[in-house]
Design a protein around this ligand. Structure first.
Ligand SMILES: Nc1ncnc2c1ncn2[C@@H]1O[C@H](COP(=O)(O)OP(=O)(O)OP(=O)(O)O)[C@@H](O)[C@H]1O
Ligand SMILES: [Mg+2]
Length: 339
């Protein structure tokens, strides 16, 4: 549905200073109906990526293709036509204050020259779709943050886009309202097969809604994959953020190891791993852990304290043997300094 090929965007440096490489040679393919999360720190290039997708920003080099159309090469009328395939939802919905919810939703249809009767029908349909019945005639000042975001989503969907671009649409909302908005976006994807790009800095949001996720860093794509792939790849950066582990406590009088496990191991649960340690000559107890179920598969990072049969920290050989046995089972094991 969406293909980025070697997408690069360079901005001239402020005050004639060094150029800013906002996007650096990004290649990425997004399938129809996918909810694709884009994460990365402030300044990583997330919004620039979205602006290149809408054609608002012209790539310095490389290309953007949406539904078979090379958006990056279009101008004028053709660009406007291509943009109709794209809906956008922002952190702040930027509604027109002097217009009601229904009038805000109608706005893109009016711009597109849709006949009045058709606008009326479509707005009623959208109001229902996003759960705003009874609020149509309220002005933005009379709506809650979640309701305003629903108006923003309805407006983004007005022209029946194939792609919905969401730039931090939930970051100003409380957790309960965030969940409702995420449920709404997911149900829109399920019902209409719409492709969603979802920019966020909240890993909880990624876990909740995304099928795939990409990490941008200084304009570069440093990791991308399905949620399960990235969460169960302990060597990657995203696993550590999706499944965080607190620092090990000190003074345990034990050797402490972090274990990362995912879909490739038969040691699926904390109990399996503790039993496995016990069969390798160490008495293991759980110190800390985060376990998530992603796409029906348990992915976890746990911390075990290892002692020998006399309650003393396991020896170097004992620890090395256990770590090697873990790696043979596709569980990444690493000692952490807990003394
Ligand atoms: N129009 C512009 N002119 C010059 N530099 C720009 C322009 N737009 C963005 N940049 C620079 O490009 C880089 C990426 O910016 P971008 O807005 O894409 O980051 P972001 O990942 O969306 O950050 P945030 O999480 O803060 O929204 C930044 O260094 C920014 O200063
Ligand atoms: Mg941004």
């Amino acid at each position: 549905m969406i293909t980025l090929e070697n997408l690069t965007k360079v901005f001239p440096g402020p005050g004639g200073g060094a150029d800013v490489v906002a996007l650096d040679d990004i290649s990425l393919h997004i399938e129809p109906g996918e909810i694709h999360g884009i994460v990365g720190r402030s300044g990583a290039g997330k919004s620039t990526l979205i602006r290149c997708l809408t054609g608002l920003e012209k790539p310095t080099s490389g290309s953007v293709t949406i539904g078979g159309t090379a958006v990056s090469g279009l101008e004028g009328k053709q660009l406007r036509a291509a943009r109709r395939k794209i809906g956008m939802v922002f952190q702040h919905a930027n509604l027109l204050d002097s217009r009601t919810a229904a009038q805000n939703i109608a706005h893109p249809l009016q711009i597109a020259g849709t006949p009045k009767a058709e606008i009326k029908r479509r707005v009623a349909e959208l109001v229902k779709l996003v759960g705003l019945e009874g609020r149509e005639d309220n002005y933005p000042a009379q709506l809650s943050g979640g309701q305003i975001q629903r108006v923003g989503i309805a407006r983004g969907l007005a022209v029946n886009p194939e792609v919905l671009l969401c730039d931090e649409p939930t970051s100003a909302l409380d957790p309960g309202t965030t969940r409702q908005i995420l449920d709404l976006i997911r149900s829109l994807r399920d019902r209409f097969g719409i492709t969603v790009i979802f920019i966020t800095h909240e890993m909880a949001v990624v876990r909740e809604i995304c099928d795939h996720v990409s990490l941008l860093e200084h304009g570069q794509l440093v990791q991308t994959g399905s949620l399960l792939e990235v969460a169960s790849d302990p060597s990657g950066r995203l696993a550590q953020e999706l499944i965080p582990l607190p620092p090990a406590p000190t003074g345990l009088n034990a050797r402490v190891v972090n274990l990362d496990y995912g879909d490739s191991t038969s040691l699926r649960t904390t109990e399996d791993l503790i039993a496995f340690a016990n069969t390798h000559g160490a008495e293991a107890s759980l110190v800390a852990g985060t376990i998530e179920t992603i796409s029906g598969v348990q992915v976890g990072r746990i911390q075990l304290a290892l002692r020998n049969s006399s309650g003393r920290p396991v020896s170097d050989e004992g620890l090395a043997g256990f770590i090697a046995a873990c790696e043979a089972e596709d569980v990444l094991a690493e000692e952490v300094d807990a003394r």
